[in-house]
Ligand binder design. Sequence first.
Ligand SMILES: Nc1ncnc2c1ncn2[C@@H]1O[C@H](COP(=O)(O)OP(=O)(O)O)[C@@H](O)[C@H]1O
Ligand SMILES: [Mg+2]
Length: 357
Amino acid sequence: MITTSGLTKVYRSRGREVTALDGVDLHVREGEVYGVIGQSGAGKSSLIRCVNLLERPTSGTVTVAGQDLTALAGRGPRAGRELRQARSRIGMVFQHFNLLSSRTVQDNVELPLEILGRSGKERSRKALELLDLVGLADKAKAYPAQLSGGQKQRVGIARALAGDPKVLLSDEATSALDPETTRSILALLRDLNRQLGLTVLLITHEMDVVKSICDSAALMEHGRFVESGTVTELLATPGSELASALFPVAGEVSGDNRTVLDITFQGESATQPVISQLSRTYNIDISILGAAIDTVGGLQVGRMRIELPGRYEDNVVPIGFLREQGLYIEAVEQSEPAQQAQQVDRAPSALVKEDAK
Ligand SMILES: Nc1ncnc2c1ncn2[C@@H]1O[C@H](COP(=O)(O)OP(=O)(O)O)[C@@H](O)[C@H]1O
Ligand SMILES: [Mg+2]
């Protein structure tokens, strides 16, 4: 639904050059919620502003709903007619809401429809319908100053939906909100995603946002994607930083000459019978060091860290047995802390390629 290929953005100001995007290949599937997470300065806002051509990329292409936006003329407020039309089908939600304080809630939602030249009657009908959808039917005549932060963001979302977009972009939409309001806004975005079939690309610096609503995610550093994929793919990627941040599993190794394995399973599969079977079949004692079940992007995921006697080489057969059961197995090197050991095995590039198909 959204594809960028080789997207770069270099800002030039007063003789200085800043590379904000350095070859980003993004692929957001239709109907999914895709999260891009990264620290401040990673290039997240530049990415989202290039996706709707508020900024013109220095090179690379942006395709939304099959249309190559980079081929259309103009940029920002000077966009040509075709680009303006394409952009009206892309909704955008901002961290600081960007509401006009002199206009009522309803008039704020009507604004994009005025720009599209819709009649007063149609504007009013659409605005009231959208306010109802975001749970603000009773606030149509209020002014932004009379609303809480969460309510303001609901208005921002209603306004973003005015042009019946297929795609919604969100730049840190919940970063100015408290945790409870954040949850309700994320739940609203998830509902809209499901009810309207809306494809959502959101950027955030909060892992909890990714964890609660994203089907796919990318980790961005210095203008590049260092990892990307569906939550399922990430959880099955050796040493994925995103996976371990989304779903940490802990457990201290008990001594030398042990093999420590992290087991990840999804959905219905359960490890319990497999572990006892393993123990019986190979006559080995297995210690469970840590375990947790959680929901990541709406998916039930379990993780367990177990310990087997002997070195990795001694346990190749039992490990093969576990893999045959369809479990995802990752060996944790015991000479180093788990985090570092995982980085050694890291192979994010394979996933990025996977994602670009
Ligand atoms: N309009 C601009 N002019 C010059 N540099 C910019 C501009 N916008 C962003 N940058 C720089 O680009 C880099 C990425 O910024 P940004 O995309 O805002 O990152 P993020 O949203 O992840 O914090 C930063 O180094 C920032 O200072
Ligand atoms: Mg930003």
